[in-house]
Design a protein around this ligand. Structure first.
Ligand code: UDP
Ligand code: MG
Length: 317
């Protein structure tokens, strides 16, 4: 059995060497054949030369380097596409995903699970981030049709058929958490203690997290569109009832003082609502725009890997 470890790397020069050592020494103990697939996501530091050095020393190393930063989702996709293993483990480069857990993942995989998911506890996270995450997952699970779990990230093992299933989803806007859940297959989850990042800094700012959250919400359902429609109906019926009431009052009492305040408030409120709804529609139109262009998910600048599997599928359906 061949095991592939897929590692997206963005500006990870300080840690990648140590990561490689840790992972290989851990996997050597397993007595299985393995390969490492590093994806350099357009790093601006020395990540690529470091990866090339590692590859020169260790023939089990593949690297794929992007022409620019395409984001972690694209990096994971490239890694999966270039991985030849019977089982593939996705892992961050910053050693926040303990390599010793691969053994446990393999055991659970052998027991018949296609996806083995490591769920991190939130110890060591800032309270605000923990609370925000909890609130977000409560909301999103009410909205989307796949189940998303707090603390479940990209650290997981996928069987060959699960990898192929993920690769067959060619959408441009990729929200992996949702895609993995959507693919299904027997899945099991276990918990692990979150380790603090050892070197470098997290690439997630608050703004990026917010956008990521919105992506999850919008790329996995059309309920916001439906909500906009209902809101429109609601406002329309409120307006109709109010209009009837005004006409009734005018018929009985005659016209009294002109209600310009009411008018102004109504007009601005409606304008605001329309803007919001237009924004919601725009989000979807924007996504359609990106989908119909059918651009590749990433461009490769340098690699020592073979042609990716199902490449035709990735570039054009
Ligand atoms: N990463 C990437 N492309 C990006 C941002 C991040 O490939 O645009 C990689 C990064 O090198 C790391 C993993 O994704 O291996 C997780 O990133 P990070 O540690 O910054 O995120 P966090 O652990 O804080 O969620
Ligand atoms: Mg990290």
């Amino acid at each position: 059995m061949l095991i592939s470890i897929v590692v997206p790397c963005f500006n990870e020069e300080e840690i990648i060497g140590r990561f490689h050592e840790r992972v290989t020494s851990e996997l050597d103990l397993l007595g299985e054949e393995f390969e490492l697939v590093y994806v350099d996501d357009g790093s601006r530091d020395r990540t690529l030369p470091v990866l090339q050095e590692i590859a020169d020393r260790d023939p089990r190393t593949r690297y794929v380097s992007f022409s620019r930063n395409f984001g972690k989702e694209a990096a994971m996709l490239a890694g999966l596409a270039h991985a030849g293993g019977d089982a593939v483990v996705l892992m961050d480069a910053d050693l926040q995903h303990p390599p010793e857990l691969v053994r446990r993942m393999l055991r659970l995989h052998r027991e018949g699970h296609d996806q083995v998911v490591a769920r991190r506890t939130r110890t060591g996270d800032r309270v605000t981030r923990t609370l925000a995450a909890r609130a977000y997952y409560r909301m999103i699970n009410r909205l989307v049709e796949v189940e998303l779990v707090d603390g479940v990230g990209d650290f997981r093992l996928l069987s060959r058929r699960a990898v192929d299933a993920v690769l067959s989803l060619t959408e441009y806007n990729r929200f992996s958490k949702g895609l993995f859940a959507w693919v299904g297959f027997p899945t099991t989850t276990f918990e692990y203690e979150n380790a603090a990042r050892e070197q470098g800094r997290s690439k997630w700012s608050f703004g990026k997290l917010l956008n990521y959250g919105l992506d999850g919400l919008i790329s996995f359902n059309d309920k916001p569109l439906r909500a906009a429609l209902y809101l429109g109906f609601l406002l329309l019926s409120v307006a109709a009832a109010y209009a009837a009431w005004i006409v009734g009052v005018a018929l009985v009492n005659g016209v009294d003082t002109p209600g310009y305040v009411t008018l102004l408030v109504t007009v601005t409120a409606l304008a605001g609502v329309q803007m919001v709804m237009l924004g919601v529609v725009g989000e979807y139109v924007g996504r359609i725009y990106y989908e119909v262009k059918r651009r590749p998910h990433f461009l490769v600048k340098a690699t020592n890997a073979k042609v990716p599997r199902q490449r035709g599928e990735l570039v054009r359906r």
